[in-house]
Design a protein around this ligand. Structure first.
Ligand code: GRF
Length: 217
Protein backbone atom coordinates (compact mmCIF):
# COMPACT_ATOMS: atom_id res chain seq x y z
CA UNK A 1 0.00 0.00 0.00
CA UNK A 2 1.28 3.46 -0.92
CA UNK A 3 0.73 5.47 2.24
CA UNK A 4 0.23 9.22 2.12
CA UNK A 5 3.26 10.94 3.66
CA UNK A 6 1.64 13.27 6.18
CA UNK A 7 3.01 16.07 8.36
CA UNK A 8 1.19 17.18 11.50
CA UNK A 9 1.62 20.87 12.34
CA UNK A 10 1.26 21.78 16.00
CA UNK A 11 1.85 24.67 18.38
CA UNK A 12 1.10 23.09 21.74
CA UNK A 13 0.30 19.91 23.63
CA UNK A 14 -0.52 17.79 20.58
CA UNK A 15 -3.29 15.51 21.81
CA UNK A 16 -4.82 15.35 18.33
CA UNK A 17 -1.32 14.63 17.05
CA UNK A 18 -1.16 11.67 19.45
CA UNK A 19 -4.45 10.33 18.13
CA UNK A 20 -3.25 10.60 14.52
CA UNK A 21 0.11 8.96 15.30
CA UNK A 22 -1.65 6.14 17.14
CA UNK A 23 -4.12 5.55 14.29
CA UNK A 24 -1.36 5.54 11.69
CA UNK A 25 0.40 2.69 13.49
CA UNK A 26 -2.19 0.33 12.06
CA UNK A 27 -0.77 -1.47 9.03
CA UNK A 28 -3.98 -0.85 7.04
CA UNK A 29 -4.03 2.91 7.71
CA UNK A 30 -3.64 4.79 4.40
CA UNK A 31 -1.43 7.60 5.77
CA UNK A 32 1.91 7.57 7.58
CA UNK A 33 2.97 10.35 9.91
CA UNK A 34 6.34 11.26 8.42
CA UNK A 35 6.91 14.50 10.36
CA UNK A 36 5.64 16.61 13.24
CA UNK A 37 6.44 20.27 12.75
CA UNK A 38 5.93 23.11 15.23
CA UNK A 39 6.29 26.87 15.04
CA UNK A 40 7.21 26.76 18.73
CA UNK A 41 10.43 24.97 19.66
CA UNK A 42 9.06 24.44 23.20
CA UNK A 43 5.76 22.85 22.14
CA UNK A 44 5.17 19.85 24.45
CA UNK A 45 3.92 17.84 21.48
CA UNK A 46 7.40 17.79 19.89
CA UNK A 47 8.88 15.72 22.72
CA UNK A 48 5.90 13.37 22.60
CA UNK A 49 6.38 12.88 18.85
CA UNK A 50 10.04 12.03 19.34
CA UNK A 51 9.15 9.53 22.08
CA UNK A 52 6.65 7.98 19.67
CA UNK A 53 9.45 7.57 17.13
CA UNK A 54 8.23 10.25 14.72
CA UNK A 55 10.59 12.84 13.21
CA UNK A 56 9.98 16.18 14.93
CA UNK A 57 11.21 19.63 13.93
CA UNK A 58 10.55 23.27 14.76
CA UNK A 59 10.57 26.37 12.57
CA UNK A 60 10.41 29.25 15.04
CA UNK A 61 8.18 31.93 13.51
CA UNK A 62 9.70 34.58 15.79
CA UNK A 63 13.04 34.63 14.00
CA UNK A 64 11.49 35.59 10.64
CA UNK A 65 10.82 39.09 9.37
CA UNK A 66 7.37 38.21 8.10
CA UNK A 67 4.78 35.53 7.57
CA UNK A 68 5.90 34.63 4.08
CA UNK A 69 9.58 34.19 5.06
CA UNK A 70 8.44 31.87 7.84
CA UNK A 71 6.25 29.89 5.45
CA UNK A 72 9.05 29.56 2.87
CA UNK A 73 11.10 27.82 5.57
CA UNK A 74 8.20 25.59 6.53
CA UNK A 75 7.80 24.68 2.87
CA UNK A 76 11.49 23.75 2.57
CA UNK A 77 11.27 21.43 5.56
CA UNK A 78 8.08 19.85 4.22
CA UNK A 79 9.75 19.29 0.86
CA UNK A 80 12.86 17.82 2.51
CA UNK A 81 10.63 15.21 4.15
CA UNK A 82 8.74 14.61 0.87
CA UNK A 83 5.43 15.48 2.53
CA UNK A 84 2.24 14.97 0.47
CA UNK A 85 -0.36 16.03 2.98
CA UNK A 86 -0.72 18.26 6.07
CA UNK A 87 -2.91 17.93 9.16
CA UNK A 88 -3.11 21.08 11.26
CA UNK A 89 -3.64 20.11 14.88
CA UNK A 90 -3.69 23.11 17.17
CA UNK A 91 -1.36 25.09 14.89
CA UNK A 92 -1.84 28.67 16.00
CA UNK A 93 -0.55 30.65 12.99
CA UNK A 94 -2.64 31.91 10.11
CA UNK A 95 -1.27 31.18 6.64
CA UNK A 96 -0.90 33.48 3.66
CA UNK A 97 -2.81 32.65 0.46
CA UNK A 98 0.56 31.60 -1.04
CA UNK A 99 1.06 28.76 1.44
CA UNK A 100 -2.56 27.67 1.29
CA UNK A 101 -2.34 27.52 -2.50
CA UNK A 102 0.67 25.16 -2.25
CA UNK A 103 -1.48 22.78 -0.21
CA UNK A 104 -4.93 23.30 -1.68
CA UNK A 105 -6.91 20.06 -1.33
CA UNK A 106 -4.00 18.56 0.66
CA UNK A 107 -4.39 20.22 4.08
CA UNK A 108 -6.90 19.46 6.84
CA UNK A 109 -7.65 21.36 10.05
CA UNK A 110 -9.60 20.45 13.17
CA UNK A 111 -11.78 23.08 14.79
CA UNK A 112 -13.45 22.72 18.20
CA UNK A 113 -16.98 23.68 17.11
CA UNK A 114 -19.65 22.65 14.64
CA UNK A 115 -18.71 24.93 11.74
CA UNK A 116 -19.95 27.25 10.37
CA UNK A 117 -20.93 28.13 13.96
CA UNK A 118 -18.24 29.48 16.24
CA UNK A 119 -15.34 30.21 13.96
CA UNK A 120 -12.28 31.60 15.74
CA UNK A 121 -11.18 31.25 19.34
CA UNK A 122 -12.89 30.53 22.69
CA UNK A 123 -15.54 28.36 21.08
CA UNK A 124 -16.57 26.55 24.27
CA UNK A 125 -17.05 29.76 26.27
CA UNK A 126 -19.12 31.24 23.46
CA UNK A 127 -21.27 28.12 23.08
CA UNK A 128 -22.05 28.17 26.82
CA UNK A 129 -22.79 31.90 26.75
CA UNK A 130 -25.26 31.35 23.90
CA UNK A 131 -26.98 28.48 25.67
CA UNK A 132 -26.76 26.06 22.74
CA UNK A 133 -27.64 22.45 23.53
CA UNK A 134 -25.43 20.81 20.92
CA UNK A 135 -21.75 21.56 20.37
CA UNK A 136 -18.96 19.62 18.72
CA UNK A 137 -16.01 19.58 16.37
CA UNK A 138 -15.23 19.70 12.66
CA UNK A 139 -12.48 18.44 10.38
CA UNK A 140 -12.30 20.49 7.19
CA UNK A 141 -10.04 21.26 4.26
CA UNK A 142 -8.16 24.53 4.61
CA UNK A 143 -9.01 27.46 2.32
CA UNK A 144 -7.82 31.07 2.53
CA UNK A 145 -10.79 32.12 4.72
CA UNK A 146 -10.24 31.19 8.38
CA UNK A 147 -12.26 28.19 9.65
CA UNK A 148 -13.96 27.69 6.31
CA UNK A 149 -13.49 25.03 3.67
CA UNK A 150 -15.12 21.72 2.68
CA UNK A 151 -16.13 19.68 5.74
CA UNK A 152 -14.93 16.08 5.98
CA UNK A 153 -16.33 15.03 9.37
CA UNK A 154 -18.23 16.43 12.32
CA UNK A 155 -19.18 15.03 15.69
CA UNK A 156 -21.73 16.48 18.08
CA UNK A 157 -21.85 16.38 21.86
CA UNK A 158 -24.58 17.50 24.27
CA UNK A 159 -24.10 20.63 26.38
CA UNK A 160 -24.99 19.69 29.96
CA UNK A 161 -26.42 21.92 32.68
CA UNK A 162 -23.34 21.77 34.87
CA UNK A 163 -20.83 22.36 32.08
CA UNK A 164 -17.91 24.75 32.38
CA UNK A 165 -15.74 25.64 29.38
CA UNK A 166 -13.30 23.01 30.66
CA UNK A 167 -15.77 20.13 30.96
CA UNK A 168 -17.30 20.96 27.60
CA UNK A 169 -13.85 21.21 26.00
CA UNK A 170 -12.96 17.76 27.37
CA UNK A 171 -16.15 16.22 25.95
CA UNK A 172 -15.47 17.79 22.55
CA UNK A 173 -11.79 16.83 22.64
CA UNK A 174 -12.65 13.13 23.05
CA UNK A 175 -14.63 13.40 19.83
CA UNK A 176 -11.81 15.30 18.10
CA UNK A 177 -9.52 12.37 18.82
CA UNK A 178 -11.98 10.05 17.13
CA UNK A 179 -12.96 12.04 14.05
CA UNK A 180 -9.53 13.37 13.03
CA UNK A 181 -8.01 9.92 12.43
CA UNK A 182 -11.23 8.90 10.74
CA UNK A 183 -11.26 11.96 8.47
CA UNK A 184 -7.64 11.44 7.46
CA UNK A 185 -8.42 7.81 6.70
CA UNK A 186 -11.36 8.80 4.49
CA UNK A 187 -9.33 11.39 2.58
CA UNK A 188 -6.07 9.43 2.30
CA UNK A 189 -7.88 6.34 1.02
CA UNK A 190 -9.75 8.38 -1.58
CA UNK A 191 -13.16 7.47 -0.12
CA UNK A 192 -13.88 11.14 0.59
CA UNK A 193 -13.43 13.65 -2.23
CA UNK A 194 -14.02 17.36 -2.65
CA UNK A 195 -16.86 18.52 -4.92
CA UNK A 196 -17.30 22.27 -4.81
CA UNK A 197 -17.73 23.22 -1.18
CA UNK A 198 -18.76 19.71 -0.15
CA UNK A 199 -16.86 16.54 0.62
CA UNK A 200 -18.69 13.49 -0.65
CA UNK A 201 -18.15 10.13 1.00
CA UNK A 202 -17.59 11.91 4.31
CA UNK A 203 -19.63 11.56 7.47
CA UNK A 204 -21.30 12.99 10.49
CA UNK A 205 -21.43 11.29 13.84
CA UNK A 206 -23.22 11.97 17.09
CA UNK A 207 -20.66 9.67 18.64
CA UNK A 208 -17.69 9.16 16.39
CA UNK A 209 -16.35 6.35 18.57
CA UNK A 210 -19.08 4.13 17.16
CA UNK A 211 -17.80 4.71 13.65
CA UNK A 212 -14.06 5.14 14.00
CA UNK A 213 -12.04 1.94 14.24
CA UNK A 214 -8.99 4.02 15.12
CA UNK A 215 -10.74 6.12 17.76
CA UNK A 216 -10.14 5.77 21.49
CA UNK A 217 -11.68 2.72 23.14
C1 GRF B 1 -7.97 21.42 19.71
O1 GRF B 1 -9.07 21.73 20.48
C2 GRF B 1 -8.22 21.72 18.26
O2 GRF B 1 -9.55 21.55 17.89
C3 GRF B 1 -7.84 23.18 18.15
O3 GRF B 1 -6.72 23.33 19.01
C4 GRF B 1 -6.76 22.32 20.01
C5 GRF B 1 -5.47 21.59 19.94
O4 GRF B 1 -5.32 20.67 20.98
N1 GRF B 1 -7.58 23.53 16.77
P1 GRF B 1 -4.18 19.59 20.92
O5 GRF B 1 -2.85 20.34 20.81
O6 GRF B 1 -4.42 18.71 19.75
O7 GRF B 1 -4.26 18.84 22.22
Amino acid sequence: MNRLRTAILISGRGSNMDALIEAARRPDYPAEIALVLSNRPDAPGLAKAKTAGVAAAAVDHKIYAGREEFERSLQLVLEAYRIDFICLAGFMRLFTPWFIEQWRGRMLNIHPALLPSYRGLHTHERALADGVKIHGCTVHFVVPEMDEGPIVAQAAVPVLDGDTPETLAARVLAQEHAIYPLALRLVASGVARIEGNRVLGALAASDARLLAPEGPA
